[in-house]
Design a protein around this ligand. Structure first.
Ligand SMILES: Cc1cc2nc3c(=O)[nH]c(=O)nc-3n(C[C@H](O)[C@H](O)[C@H](O)COP(=O)(O)OP(=O)(O)OC[C@H]3O[C@@H](n4cnc5c(N)ncnc54)[C@H](O)[C@@H]3O)c2cc1C
Length: 383
């Protein structure tokens, strides 16, 4: 394996790891990125990405970055009925995940990052002033390690993090099918309990799938519901080869994301939105913050990793705590919540702006409270 001490070794070339590698390489640090799959790799994903991701990364949202469609229309349904259509203020972008992730890796490589694909990180041991990162192709020394191995990764445990404890998991499956013509996002939130089914237009293809933010184990029922959704959308279900993964959802009891020379980023740190299961933007944000924390630590800032933890709390914990509360209410009273939100076009459009990075869940909660106050207060006066 490559000799010398790296400033940082990164485990996993998804959006979190590739972004961290890009940040470190742009700053001229010696960084090595390990990915167990051969790149570009296939990643089961809907591929819906907020345009904010591209401004955060400072890159163009074009075909070279895997962007395959830009969608401005959405239709939300409740169990195939009560359609609510809206025009998004800014288009939502659809990416081919293999190409998007690989673009980030290529940018990092062009800035000098060492890329080792087809290489699994198997463990860590202490070296003098560094960590020995053990892989299936030998070991390398690094001063710091960012673990970004996704929702199903196992390396955090090997670095001593108490993963598994308090972990909240969801599941998501998706498949892309050749199709064209329909240019709108279709989301049905009454088809399955505690989740939703989606159809995302992706150029000459569709992504069809479902995400559930709570595992109830009844997979046969869930797949039957997806079949029903596919039938309604005119997609031949029997030809689908659904691929999926467990999601490392955010929870109130999220474990700390730093330990000694190690940082967690992306889904490895359980940074997936507990309401809509969005994971790409949090992965990119935490990759940027993680890369910056390592740069500060390399420059001698002894509290850089503590500040990383604080930054994660400020950026995600408050926002996702509100999302989790909304999810709890929504999934307990799905039809009532659906009618409350989507019978009011302005609130429905406002919801979509969270995904566009224009407003936060806090703003939604304030707006909903204001709405409740306005509707309840006059009645109280009348009594
Ligand atoms: C079916 C499905 C649909 C989804 N749809 C959306 C969507 O539309 N929009 C959205 O925002 N989010 C979506 N998500 C969530 C999103 O895909 C993830 O949250 C996101 O990919 C997390 O990024 P990451 O970089 O943390 O991890 P990942 O993208 O999972 O990358 C981790 C990488 O680490 C590698 N790895 C693992 N172990 C090792 C090891 N020991 N050594 C080396 N490499 C290793 C893996 O091979 C993988 O490439 C979806 C998820 C699923 C499952």
């Amino acid at each position: 394996m490559i000799s010398g001490i790296f400033d940082c070794a990164i485990v996993g070339a998804g959006p979190a790891g590739a972004t961290a590698a890009l940040v470190l390489a742009r700053a001229g640090r010696r960084v090595i990125l390990f990915e167990k799959e051969r790149l570009p790799r296939v990643k089961p994903c809907g591929g819906g990405v907020s345009p904010e991701v591209f401004s955060l990364l400072g890159i163009e949202a074009g075909p070279q970055a895997g962007v395959v469609a830009s969608v401005s229309e959405a239709e939300i349904l409740f169990n195939g009925q009560h359609p609510f259509s809206c025009r998004l203020k800014r288009p939502c972008l659809m990416v081919d995940r293999g190409r998007f992730d690989h673009h980030l890796v290529s940018l990092a490589a062009a800035m000098g990052a060492e890329i080792c694909d087809g290489t699994t990180v198997t463990g860590f041991s202490d070296g003098s002033f560094s960590v020995a990162v053990e892989t299936t192709r030998g070991s390398v020394a690094a001063r710091f390690v960012i673990i970004a191995d996704g929702g199903q990764g196992r390396t955090a445990r090997k670095a001593g993090f108490e993963t598994g404890r308090n972990r909240v998991e969801g599941i998501a499956v998706a498949e892309e099918v050749p199709a064209g013509g329909v240019g709108r996002i279709v989301i049905d939130i009454g088809m399955i309990p505690c989740g939703y089914t989606w159809l995302f237009p992706k150029g000459d293809r569709f992504s069809i799938g479902l995400g559930i933010t709570k595992r109830d184990g009844n997979h046969r029922f869930i797949f039957e519901r997806l079949r029903c959704f596919a039938d309604r959308c005119g997609v031949p279900f029997d030809r689908l080869l659904l691929r999926g993964a467990r999601l490392g959802l955010w929870s109130r009891r999220r474990i700390p994301s730093s330990r000694g020379p190690f940082l967690l980023a992306g889904e490895a740190a359980c940074l997936v939105d507990p309401l809509c299961a969005e994971g790409i933007r949090p992965a990119v944000k935490s990759g940027i913050m993680g890369g910056a924390a390592v740069i500060a630590a390399l420059d001698g800032d002894g509290s850089a990793f503590d500040r990383y933890e604080t930054a994660l709390q400020e950026t995600f914990d408050r926002h996702f705590a509100v999302a989790a509360r909304i999810a709890q209410f929504f999934f307990l009273f799905p039809f009532l919540s659906y009618r409350a939100v989507f019978s009011r076009p302005d609130l429905g459009v406002f919801m979509s702006r969270v995904f566009l990075g224009e407003v936060s869940y806090d703003d939604i909660a304030h707006k909903a409270l204001g709405f409740l106050r306005r509707t309840i207060a006059p009645r109280t006066h009348e009594q």
